[in-house]
Design a protein around this ligand. Structure first.
Ligand code: HEM
Length: 383
């Protein structure tokens, strides 16, 4: 079961061979011994993620303390729900995440990015790009979108880190979730009194959701909306620093750069678990109801059937049908925001500091080993 990346930019070694030989194959998770179907080709990953017979109501899976199991999600935690409940929430939220709605945030995102770059410029070098830029930018943006005071960030950043840490114990995760939920419940109660124009306020005014649902939705958006983008900014910058020709193209504003970086890095990878709700066939394999499946987005995104020379980073590549943002009914709700943030933040960073470079060799950059989302803990840079 290839799980560990040896290069922070590439899928774990062994996945490419599996994809070529046996794109759906029975494997045993090394940590807890769970048996599952590992799916690695682009075609089968998409078929699996689009098929309503595969359920999303699962939890755990990457640690012996949390073996993969079926969950009963809290009302509002729609990432773990299936149709028809999932669709009800998704329909309520989609209108708030369209390209047009996200474009309205553009000036505010540009301002947030410029302020963070000003702050970086004043610091003694080397500067940690993760702490000073990659993490604060998406945190500020998601706070702005939801209408959360940015002063609350220390609490939600710490909780989010525990929630996506595969080595955290069930008790640690429960405590982080409970703390964040209590905090959000207070915020939502205050907004019921005085709803503002940000997302939580708008959802309150629309009137279809309970406080409990609003807490879970806000929690999902907070965690999904900042850990992912923060890691794309950190790891994406590191990748570009190792590809100066591609970096120059991003600085000049190559329009498809965000998608190519998403495809190439596939920072959300071996956490895409599903459970078969009934007997089914996929890629010629007979899958029994109750069996688990795992879609490798990284393997699918480097499938030669997806694009030419998939292991080459090429930010001028024509648009691909990559699956870095998922596929099917659960495809990333925040994808328009993610693209916008990546485009604005990377271009502005590279334009402000044309001489940007890593202050340490690649081997010394601390890579997140145990997180459900790939990235780097810190990235010391100079310019
Ligand atoms: C750059 C970064 C991002 C990446 C790589 C990413 C990746 C993904 C992936 C792979 C899924 C599918 C999960 C599944 O099928 O189980 C997903 C779902 C989701 N993402 Fe993102 N995401 C990113 C940014 C964001 C942002 C900025 C937001 C919110 C503001 C967000 C909110 C969500 C939500 C709410 C879902 C669940 C959708 C559903 O279940 O219907 N994501 N994301």
């Amino acid at each position: 079961m290839p799980l560990r990346r040896t290069c922070p930019f590439d899928p774990p070694p062994g996945l490419a061979e599996l994809r070529a030989a046996e794109p759906i194959t029975r494997r045993v998770m090394p940590l807890d011994g769970t048996e599952l179907w590992l799916v690695t080709s682009h075609d089968l990953v998409r078929r699996m993620l689009a098929d309503p017979r595969w359920s999303s109501s699962l939890d755990g899976g990457l640690s012996p303390e949390q073996p993969l199991h079926v969950t009963q999600p809290e009302p509002g935690m729609f990432i773990s729900m299936d149709a028809p409940e999932h669709g009800r929430y998704r329909r309520m939220l989609t209108a708030h995440f369209t390209v047009q709605r996200m474009n309205r945030l553009r000036p505010r995102i540009e301002q947030i990015v410029a302020e963070r770059l000003d702050a970086m410029e004043r610091l003694p070098r080397p500067v940690d790009l993760v702490a000073e830029f990659a993490l604060p930018v998406p945190s500020l943006v998601i706070c702005e979108l939801l209408g959360m005071p940015y002063e609350d960030r220390a609490e939600f950043q710490a909780a989010a880190r525990v929630i996506v840490d595969m080595t955290a114990s069930p008790e640690q995760i429960d405590a982080a979730v409970a703390g964040l939920a209590a905090h959000l419940a207070k915020l939502i109660a205050a907004k019921r009194e005085e709803p503002d124009d940000a997302l939580i306020g708008e959802l309150i005014r629309e009137g279809a959701l309970t406080d409990g649902e609003l807490v879970q939705i806000s929690m999902l958006l907070l965690v999904a909306g900042h850990e992912t983008t923060a890691n794309m900014l950190g790891l994406g910058t590191l990748l570009l620093l190792h590809h100066p020709d591609q970096l120059a193209l991003v600085r000049e504003g190559a329009p498809g750069a965000a998608d190519e970086l998403l495809r190439y890095l596939s920072i959300v990878d071996l956490v895409m678990f599903r459970g078969a709700k009934e007997d089914l066939t996929l890629g010629g394999q007979e899958i029994k109801a109750g069996e688990f499946g795992l879609a490798s987005l990284a393997a699918a995104n480097r499938d030669p059937a997806l694009c030419e020379d998939p292991d080459r980073l090429d930010v001028t590549r024509p648009k691909t049908a990559h699956v870095a943002l998922g596929f099917g009914p659960h495809q990333c709700l925040g994808q328009n925001l993610a693209r916008l943030e990546l485009e604005i933040a990377l271009q502005a960073l590279l334009r402000r500091f044309p001489g940007l470079r890593a202050a340490v060799p690649l081997e010394e950059v601390p890579v997140r080993e145990n997180a459900a989302i790939h990235g780097v803990h810190s990235l010391p840079v100079i310019w």
